[in-house]
Design a protein around this ligand. Structure first.
Ligand code: ZN
Length: 134
């Protein structure tokens, strides 16, 4: 079951620069900066109510975020849904005909295990499933 929007992922050129803008916009401070080596990405998280904003900066121009920035520039990159049981959810979505980028969950930032759906099966929107690690 998809429970709620956990966060919105926004691709940025520079987390240092973008944090100033988002901290000022939201009136709250970033609570975590974390790099995910396997994805060559640096992330920064801000709370907004029950949800979060995740800023994503490429640490390598050939990474997924690096390529996204080259092609589309800065902007909304993905929507992440909080799920209760990611393995069950992946199975359900596969049966429903969705194409998954990750058929088994992997380590994500902010204490999560995650899987991405391919945007070509979700109307051009990159979707992330995430489950809190216990
Ligand atoms: Zn995310």
């Amino acid at each position: 079951m998809l429970k709620k929007i956990e966060h919105l992922g926004i691709a940025v050129q520079s987390i240092d620069e973008s944090l100033k803008i988002f901290e000022s916009l939201l009136g709250s401070k970033c609570y975590k900066i974390e790099s995910v080596e396997s994805e060559s990405v640096k992330t920064a998280f801000l709370m907004i109510g029950d949800s979060k904003i995740e800023l994503l900066e490429a640490t390598n121009p050939d990474s997924a975020i690096g390529k996204f920035l080259q092609k589309k520039g800065q902007g909304i990159h993905h929507i992440a849904f909080d799920v209760e049981d990611i393995v069950t959810e992946i199975e359900r979505l596969k049966k429903e005909g969705f194409e998954l980028i990750h058929v088994s969950p992997k380590e994500g930032a902010d204490n999560k295990i995650i899987a991405f759906l391919h945007p070509k099966s979700t109307e051009g929107v990159l979707i992330e499933l995430c489950q809190e690690k216990i």
